[in-house]
Design a protein around this ligand. Structure first.
Ligand SMILES: [Zn+2]
Length: 85
C-alpha cells in the first residue's frame, strides 16, 4: 500500500505514512533501536534533501529525540562539508 518510493508531501506526514514507517522499524529507533514512544518520536529524511536524498517514504526514518539531535548535527556537518568543496 505504501511502497518505499512513495513520495511524501512537504508539510506533514499522513497517519498512514507514520504507521508504515513505525511498522517497518518495528517501533524501534533507526539509530539506537530503543523502543519509540509515540509522544517523542521524530521523523526525518535519513538522507537529507540538501544532500540529494529523495522525499520518499523509504528515505524517512523514525528516531528517538537523542538520535534525532545527533542526526541533525551530522547533517549540519555534512552540509558544511558540501559548502567547503
Ligand atoms: Zn535512538
Amino acid at each position: 500500500m505504501y511502497p518505499d518510493d512513495a513520495p511524501i508531501g512537504d508539510a506533514y506526514l499522513t497517519h498512514e505514512a507514520v504507521q508504515a514507517i513505525l511498522e517497518r522499524q518495528k517501533n524501534l529507533c533507526a539509530g539506537c533501536s530503543v523502543s519509540l514512544d509515540a509522544g517523542s518520536t521524530h521523523f526525518d529524511l535519513w538522507r537529507p534533501a540538501i544532500c540529494g536524498g529523495p522525499r520518499t517514504l523509504g528515505n524517512l526514518a523514525a528516531l528517538c529525540p537523542s538520535c534525532h539531535r545527533n542526526h541533525m548535527r551530522r547533517i549540519r556537518e555534512e552540509f558544511a562539508d558540501h559548502k567547503n568543496k
